[in-house]
Design a protein around this ligand. Structure first.
Ligand SMILES: [Zn+2]
Length: 163
């Protein structure tokens, strides 16, 4: 992946280092859906769900995760694998409609050695890309600006996914 400058990720790296307890994907999944906006859950389906990355590599960075807390593709059933990819496609379509990206980076980091921030619970990263990227999201370390951008992305993407 072409390297993106995402200074707000420093906060993510330190928060991961300080909060090793539990699995935030399972916590989010078990929380009441009335908290979806606060927790950035954009969609819940059978077998998997989608959540905006609070510390995105780029604007519109979504993660699609299975309900089951497993760390490897081999531990998912064929049905779960199919649904995971189908819902990944749905998120890609919604991102296209909402933000007209020029491309996507889509992938899985399996294991810490591969850069997984949460190796125990597998998730597909969907990172929309635009020519020049920084035109879309202000390149800034200002957390307020980033969180405002997140709320905007959340509303637009959720609306598209509910159609
Ligand atoms: Zn989990």
């Amino acid at each position: 992946m072409e390297r993106l400058w995402a200074p707000w990720r420093a906060q993510y790296v330190s928060s991961v280092a300080h909060a090793e307890s539990g699995c935030f994907l399972c916590e989010v999944l078990q929380s009441d859906s009335s908290r979806d906006r606060e927790l950035l859950v954009v969609a819940r389906w059978d077998h998997c769900f989608a959540i905006l990355n609070r510390y995105p590599y780029n604007s519109g960075h979504v993660m699609v995760a299975p309900h089951r807390h497993v760390g490897d593709l081999e531990e998912l059933s064929e049905a779960e694998l199919c649904v995971l990819m189908l819902r990944t496609r749905d998120v890609v379509q919604a991102l296209r409609r909402a933000f007209s990206p020029h491309g996507f980076n889509i992938g899985l980091n399996i294991g810490r050695a591969a850069g997984a921030g949460l190796p125990e619970h597998i998730h597909v990263h969907i990172v929309p890309r635009w020519h020049g990227d920084t035109n879309f999201l202000p390149v800034t370390a200002d957390v307020k600006v980033v969180s405002h951008a997140l709320e905007d992305v959340y509303e637009r993407l959720r609306a598209e996914l509910q159609q």
